[in-house]
Every structure is written in structure tokens, then in C-alpha cells.
Write a new protein. Structure first.
Length: 310
């Protein structure tokens, strides 16, 4: 093309794919003004203006706003700089759209009330920092003032919900349930009782920390009893209770006697709120971890067996 060639606005519209009205708008707002005017006052454009209009069209189709485009055309920003900034903005928008899609799917599956739906939308819109703060406030309110088991406190402080960018409906529902659970005054009171109990035990010399191996032993032995249909008040339950109390006596360096059994029963009752187990199950769902199997039937059986065999 001849560099001195000038094109009327109609030709510019054909070459750029923009409407005449849009080209006029870009001219009137100074985004791409005409190169000159004909003696009759019509807008005329050269090859440079054609290239600028083609760039404007491309950037607009990519969702870049006119103020940013104007800075590109005025060479205050480069195209890579603008593209990078808008790519980051799009990532945020895509993440938000994914969450909204998931909320809609969760609403479709759950059929929540209007209040639940509003809560669901509000909670998933929280930033990661706000989600963490919600759980941190719960931990501080329940464990903050007690000298509880430090290993357990460290565990609950570090286990934060991390809702993925593209969550499943079940993860959104779990997050809503977890948030509701942590705000439940009755559950908070139950957890505070657990924290105070742990603090009392530590004051009396218990420094044993967490007891994963002991928990697994109880799960195994009582699980077998449940599978075999052994009633907790039966004679067949007694040797199981004896084995488990002996393990507790060894772990906590206490005599294996009736006092130990009363102490163990009290310990089970303090920690026996099923909502505590539900807390960890919900956290696992949100974070995509394996969901721990319930121990409620196991500890219910053990508690009943301890009462039957004091």
C-alpha cells in the first residue's frame, strides 16, 4: 500500500471489521483520531491509523478497557504490560466465576432456604485470609485461654480450610457447614470444656501429647467387637476392656484399676461430642483430604463397656 493513501471511514470499517459508528466514537474520544479531513469535512485515515484501529479492536476483544488502550497508543504502556495486567485480572474473574458456578450447583443439589443460600454465597466470597481468620477466631475463643494439650492446639491451629479455586459442590457445602459449626455457641462451649479438661490433666502431670497408636488400637479391637456383634455388657467384652485399659495404663503411667476405668470413662465423655469429629471430617472434605472414618460407634461401645465392667 502507498504510505500516502488515505481511506474514508467506510473503507476503514471494511478493513477493520469495526462499525462506522464505533470508528466515529474512537475519533470523537481521541482514541484514534482521523489523520485529516477531506475538503468536504469527511474523516480520512492513513495506514498508521488503520493499524491503530486494528490494535484497538484486538485489545477490546480481549477485554482490555479503553483507558489502558489509550495508554498503549500513547506509548505510556507496552502491549505486554497491559496483557500481563489483564491476564491477572482475568484469573481472578475466572476463579470468581468458578466459585459462583459451584455455589449454583450446590444450591441446585441442596435446595437451601433463602438464609442458607445467602450464607453460602457470602462465605465462599470470603478471601483466603478471611476464611483463615474465621477459623482462627474459633480456635482462639475455645483454646486461647487454656493451657491445653500443645500438640493438639498446634494441630487445630495449623489445619486451616483451603477451598480450591474450582471447588466441588460438596466442598462448598462442607465449608458452609464448618462455618456454621464454628459459630455455634453450644459447640464452642463444648470445645472449651475439652480445652479446660486438657489443661487440668496437664496440671496434674500429663505430658503425653497425642495418642495416635492408642486410638488405632481402640479402633481395631472395638471395631472387631462391633463386627462380631459383641455387646459391650457381655462377658465377651471383658477381655477387650482389660486389654484396652492396660494399654491406657501403660501410656499414661497409671495403675490399671477401677479408678483408671472411671478416669477413662470421664475422658471419653469430655471428648465424646460427635460435632468435634464432624469438624475434622468437614475440614477433610474442604481440603480434599481422605475423610477419616467415624469413631463415634467405637467410643460409644467402649464407654458402655467401661460402665458394664467397672
Amino acid at each position: 500500500m502507498d504510505g500516502d493513501t488515505l481511506y474514508p471511514i467506510g473503507t476503514m470499517a471494511e478493513r477493520t471489521g469495526l462499525s462506522v459508528k464505533t470508528i466515529r466514537f474512537y475519533a470523537d474520544t481521541g482514541v484514534v483520531p482521523p489523520t485529516t479531513h477531506s475538503p468536504a469535512g469527511y474523516r480520512l485515515y492513513d495506514d498508521d491509523a488503520l493499524a491503530r484501529l486494528q490494535l484497538v479492536r484486538t485489545l477490546r476483544e480481549l477485554g482490555i478497557d479503553l483507558p489502558a488502550i489509550r495508554q498503549v497508543l500513547e506509548r505510556k504502556l507496552s502491549v505486554p504490560e497491559v496483557a500481563s495486567a489483564h491476564a491477572e485480572a482475568l484469573e481472578f474473574q475466572i476463579s470468581a466465576l468458578r466459585v459462583r458456578r459451584t455455589v449454583l450447583r450446590a444450591i441446585a443439589e441442596r435446595g437451601p432456604t433463602r438464609e442458607e443460600m445467602e450464607l453460602m454465597h457470602k462465605l465462599v466470597e470470603l478471601s483466603d485470609a478471611e476464611k483463615r481468620r474465621l477459623i482462627a477466631d474459633f480456635v482462639e475463643d475455645t483454646f486461647g485461654g487454656a493451657d491445653a494439650n500443645p500438640e493438639f492446639v498446634d494441630l487445630i491451629r495449623s489445619a486451616m480450610p483451603e477451598l480450591p479455586d474450582d471447588p466441588e459442590p460438596a466442598q462448598v457445602q462442607a465449608w458452609v457447614e464448618l462455618a456454621e459449626l464454628t459459630r455455634d455457641p453450644d459447640f464452642r462451649a463444648s470445645v472449651r470444656r475439652m480445652a479446660r479438661y486438657q489443661a487440668t490433666q496437664r496440671a496434674e502431670g500429663d505430658t503425653t501429647g497425642l495418642h495416635h497408636e492408642l486410638t488405632e488400637l481402640v479402633r481395631d479391637r472395638v471395631g472387631q467387637a462391633l463386627t462380631s456383634g459383641i455387646a459391650p455388657n457381655s462377658d465377651a467384652a471383658e477381655p477387650i476392656v482389660d486389654e484396652l485399659t492396660a494399654a491406657y495404663a501403660t501410656t499414661f503411667d497409671r495403675p490399671d484399676d477401677s479408678e483408671l476405668r472411671g478416669w477413662l470413662l470421664a475422658r471419653l465423655e469430655v471428648a465424646g461430642d460427635p460435632r468435634s469429629e464432624r469438624y475434622w471430617q468437614l475440614l477433610a472434605v474442604i481440603n480434599g483430604w481422605p475423610v477419616p472414618p467415624t469413631l463415634v460407634p467405637v467410643f460409644d461401645w467402649l464407654g458402655a463397656a467401661l460402665r458394664a465392667h467397672p
